[in-house]
Design a protein around this ligand. Structure first.
Ligand SMILES: *Cc1c(COP(=O)(O)O)cnc(C)c1O
Length: 424
């Protein structure tokens, strides 16, 4: 089946019914048939629902749909993209271990890795850049995974996933990919060597700036039992969950079962079923929205490139973009509607542009139906030092646009008047 159809239909039969719209199951707990049923659901030998911190029929539909779109074995949805990132790392890494990440990361992901996980004894090693060799040299016996964003937010770099996967797998560690900016309609990391995918569903998938959510998708591909000494938490009985041995007992989807039963069950960043319902509605129009996002973004990028008030424009759709060959290979020539640029005059004129827009919203988000603008150095990434900013692909003057679905003429008019204001 094609992605456009999967995005609308997958998972409807999750509970055996064929409702036309997904019902919102707003109850905290589910009624067991009898004691035997209760036991078998709770130790996962029978599929079912017991307590909504752990799973829920509405969330189950969203999980099935996201897993189908990413071509994974199973998915877990959680309260936000950051919960997904956090649970993914904590599912493989424990105190005294490390993991390796490309430096071009979402701001909160960078802060969490550098300054929060370190307090738990988990060391994030940031590679010098997103190249496979730079990542490979940091992997050692204590490394538990490699983490990259398929398209960095806001840097816009496109990672050579096959090369990075090869380096990770040669060393015996899984590759975890944040696929938020690309969406599974443009890129399926599991087809290119990733073992686990994470998403902020808050962005293009929800698509309307109303609802937070996150997801973890298990490719079911990583051979955990071949690396038993590196991954004891997948290969030894888990005292926190019925002495299950995840790699042995759930060989199809051990990562997601462990994330659900250890992280979600005990720390509870549960997605509300009401949010699931809204995210499912967003997903139904994702394919259509992406087409309009892209055509508007191409027109805005062309306009900026031709304007002398703009010093530089970075857009994945330009043939002279340094990542163009990877755009061709991984995104099949499609591009996300994210543009970064510098207004002539540097930091102060950049800020003046930011202050002068009237239609674009000054919002810390992307992938919304509305067009959004942000100045990362003073907002999303303001906790980073100048050196960290450069490594993250952000200049002091960088303005990031997330181009929405409005009429293109209105977007260009707004940019034109804001550029005039800023440079006058
Ligand atoms: C927004 C974002 C996140 C965090 O998602 P939330 O839903 O805001 O918690 C993580 N990674 C990337 C690439 C993002 O853009």
């Amino acid at each position: 089946m094609h992605d456009e159809t999967i995005a609308i239909h997958a998972g409807y039969q999750a509970d055996g019914t064929r409702a036309v719209a997904v019902p919102i199951y707003m109850s905290v707990a589910n009624d067991f048939i009898d004691a035997e049923h209760a036991n078998s659901v709770m130790d996962l030998s029978t599929p079912g629902f017991h307590y909504n911190r752990i799973n829920n029929p509405t969330n189950d539909v969203l999980e099935k749909r996201i897993a189908a779109l990413e071509d994974g074995k199973a998915a877990l949805v959680v309260a936000s993209g950051m919960a997904a990132v956090s649970y993914a790392i904590l599912t493989v890494a424990t105190a005294g271990t490390n993991f390796v990440a490309a430096p071009q990361l979402y701001g909160a992901t960078y802060t969490y890795f550098a300054h929060v996980l370190s307090t738990l004894g988990i060391e994030a090693r940031f590679a010098a850049d997103d190249q496979a060799e730079s990542i490979g040299t940091l992997i050692d016996d204590n490394t538990r995974c490699v983490f990259v964003e398929s398209i960095g937010n806001p840097a816009g770099n496109v990672v050579d996933l096959e090369a990075v996967a090869e380096v990770a797998h040669r060393a015996g560690v899984p590759l975890i990919v944040d696929n938020t900016v690309a969406t599974p309609l443009m890129l399926k990391p599991l087809h290119h060597g990733a073992d686990v995918v994470v998403h902020s569903l808050t962005k293009f998938i929800g698509g309307h700036g109303t609802t937070l959510g996150g997801a973890i998708i298990d490719g079911g591909t990583f051979p955990w039992s071949e690396h038993a000494s590196r991954f004891p938490t997948f290969n030894e009985p888990e005292v926190a969950f019925h002495n299950v041995v995840f790699a042995r007992d759930f060989p199809e989807r051990p990562f997601v079962v462990r994330a659900r039963s250890i992280q979600l069950r005990n720390t509870g960043a549960t997605l509300s079923p009401f949010n699931s319902f809204q995210l499912l509605q967003g997903l139904e129009t994702l394919a259509l929205r992406l087409e309009r996002h892209e055509s508007n973004a191409r027109a805005v990028a062309e306009y900026l490139r031709g304007d002398p008030r703009v010093e530089w424009v970075s857009f994945a759709g330009f043939p002279d973009n340094p990542y163009h060959h990877l755009v061709e290979k991984y995104l099949k020539g499609r591009v996300p509607s994210i543009i970064t640029f510098g207004v002539t005059g540097g930091y102060d004129t950049g800020l003046a542009f930011f202050d002068s827009v009237q239609l674009f919203k000054r919002v810390l988000n992307l992938g919304d139906a509305k067009s959004l603008v942000i100045h990362p150095a003073s907002t999303t990434h303001r906790q980073l030092s100048e050196g960290e900013l450069i490594a993250a692909g952000i200049r002091p003057e960088t303005i990031r646009l997330s181009v929405g679905l409005e009429h293109i003429d209105d977007l260009i008019d707004d940019i034109d008047q804001a550029l005039s204001e800023a440079t006058s």
